[in-house]
Design a protein around this ligand. Structure first.
Ligand SMILES: [Zn+2]
Length: 326
């Protein structure tokens, strides 16, 4: 099976043996994974997680950058906007960064100013990884800049409004069929993003299909009353751990109020005390003065491109914290 890292110039063997840093939600191994596999995962991986529940205060950003420098990873995997914030912090404070072989960013759109800042600070190429919580990895950028569909993970179709494949060069809805998800098969699942099919094959020679552009992945930062920033993607990871929540939408209405709209999984009740527990976790990240309001609903809001936006901060939007601000 082709390996994702091969697109970034690293063999699978090298990848397993290399040091890595994930600015990512720590993955919990399922309880049925044995001790040998658990040890292998921790030893072979040489993987350091920078806990995403941390708020992006200056002190924490400095500490994260120092941990990256101590671990000296060959590869960093990160939420695009979090690494962008870290890169800006390194530049502001003059911290010189270790140079990995490459960086993979995901979850959100990697805008060009973000890529430029990260590449400048870390001195290595940044590859965009297109993935989703529902189906995992869908496409990755090769060293020639082509965004290759990982057809061995998922069958990805780009469709027009009538459900037919769009012509090369045109934009359509991203519809995915998972090839490995046996517990919960997803067939022709509309992921909510739009993509443009490339009109030329990629110069790298890979036969995998190429996308020219993906639109629609946007995750905001939440702003604490003390000015610290909390990456909204943390809440996405947190809510995905609870199978009684079918869908959710977290909105920061002002610095002291977060509203969580959610739809229950059919046939499931809200477990006793679950909302209080989740409120506490949110407050741990956002501060105790932040109220968390819960709304159960059947109709979830969607962004203008039709994607379900899991998190939205009206405070962040107001502060013009757009990625074009470098
Ligand atoms: Zn390519």
């Amino acid at each position: 099976m082709a390996c994702l890292e091969a697109f970034c110039g690293m063999s699978h063997r090298e990848h397993l043996a290399s040091r890595r840093v994930a600015v990512w939600h720590r993955r919990r191994l399922p309880p049925n994974v044995g001790l040998a596999k658990r040890l292998a995962a921790s030893l072979l991986g040489q993987l350091v997680y920078l806990e995403p529940y941390s708020t992006l205060t200056n002190a924490r950003m400095t500490e994260s950058l120092r941990r990256i420098n101590r671990h000296r990873p060959a590869m960093i995997l990160a939420f695009a906007s979090t690494l962008f914030e870290l890169a800006k912090h390194a530049r502001r404070t003059g911290i010189r960064m270790h140079r990995p072989r490459f960086i993979l960013t995901s979850v959100e759109m990697l805008f060009e100013p973000m890529r430029a800042a990260i590449e400048e600070v870390f001195g290595c190429p940044v590859h965009d990884l297109y993935a989703s919580a529902e189906v995992g990895r869908m496409a990755v950028e090769c060293s020639h800049g082509g965004l290759h569909v990982l057809s061995f993970h998922n069958h990805v179709e780009i469709l027009d409004p009538k459900g037919s494949p769009v012509a090369p060069g045109e934009v359509g809805r991203v519809v995915v069929t998972s090839l490995h998800s046996r517990a919960m098969p997803l067939i022709r699942y509309d992921i909510g993003d739009l993509a443009r099919v490339a009109s030329e094959p990629c110069a790298c020679g890979s036969p995998l299909p190429v996308l020219a552009e993906i639109r629609g992945r946007i995750v905001d930062h939440f702003v604490r009353s003390d000015g610290g920033l909390v990456f909204g993607g943390n809440f996405v990871a947190m809510f995905y751990e609870h199978d009684w929540i079918a869908q959710f939408h977290v909105v920061q209405e002002d610095v002291e109020r977060i509203r969580v709209s959610f739809r229950r999984t059919p046939g499931r009740d809200v477990p006793r005390g679950a909302l209080d527990e989740l409120t506490e976790i949110v407050q741990r990240a956002m501060g105790e003065d932040c109220a968390v309001l819960w709304d159960e609903t059947d109709a979830m809001p969607r962004s203008p491109v039709g994607k379900h936006r899991h998190v939205r901060s009206l405070v962040w939007a107001q502060r013009a914290g757009s990625p074009s601000e470098v």
